[in-house]
Design a protein around this ligand. Sequence first.
Ligand code: IMP
Ligand code: MG
Length: 371
Amino acid sequence: MSIIKLHDKYFKTYITKEKIEEAVHILVEQISKDCKGDTPIFIGILNGSFMFVADFIRQYKYNCEVSFVKLASYQGTNSTGKIKQLVGNNENLEGRTVIILEDIIDTGNTLQEIYKIFKDKKVKQLKIATLFFKPDVFKKDLPIDYIGISIPDKFIVGYGLDYDGIGRNLANIYQLTTEPTMKNVVLFGPPGAGKGTQAGLLKEKYGLVHISTGGMFRTNIKDETVLGILAKSYMDKGNLVPDEVTIEMLKAEVNKIPDAKGFIFDGFPRTQSQAIALDIFLEEKGETISGMVALEVPGTLLIERILERGKTSGRTDDQDEIKIRTRFSEYDTKTAILKEYYEAQNKYFGINGVGTIKDITKRLSNVFDKL
Ligand code: IMP
Ligand code: MG
């Protein structure tokens, strides 16, 4: 659930996979009821319908056949140019119940061509089912027997539908949106990697707002905000603060600065459910996470560094090697999940975190410049 870029355009979630699943289920129920005792032949119109047909057929419990056709344009030998031809239709359909499965009906031009061809095949009955339908643009005098979801005249992509060739593999349906304007970065790094220092430098350099979860908690508790009091009630009992409380705090923090050029999130998200909540929240604002930038430092090096710091810092958790190792393994488990989460969106950037402060700022800046 996050804004995505396909070719030159940006898209936001419009119909979730759960809603699609529900619509497919209803179509299956209706068609099963109407085809009782018959063995219908379902004909999917390629390319877009492959996903809908697969999900539909999987749920259809009675005998049926499945086939696909494609309406292809080819260059005719005469001067009139393009001629439409139906490819893949070689079944004998005489006396059969034929149900055309379409992913989307827009103007109905495609369907009209196909309908004409099938009408001549002495079928018992010919019906049309479409998952998506744009009633405002449909101008044809054709019966559409089953409609999954009617939508306004807006371009959509995902669940089999493409934008100039790509996007068919997306599980949700997306619609066009404007280009995000913020630079929002999730900064990650193991304890002792110098994340706080780098966040401070980068915030100045790029004019961003730095939100550290630790700082956010401390301020809310000190100011006795509703969320601060709630968070403290968990902490006092030795329990972890639930994700929902942390997320609400973060939203409030972001909403305080509506004209920000972007944010550096430090210490958030920590779990996949937090990452999903952040994506949904930003998407509602027409914004998105530009990238997760992670400082990669070998554990052994950090242990030395932290033990060294422990000699003077007085922090007991900096003096015990076993405790430090626990912190690392906890960090590794957590980042692994988030790394995968952002990698799946092509938004993970790992940076070598070994070097001087200046070196590392330089490396981080190279990534920040591109986000
Ligand atoms: P028609 O206008 O009903 O003939 O639709 C023609 C074809 O355009 C459909 O089969 C789809 O492949 C494609 N199409 C129509 N609307 C959309 C859309 O919103 N997104 C992606 N493809 C679409
Ligand atoms: Mg189609």
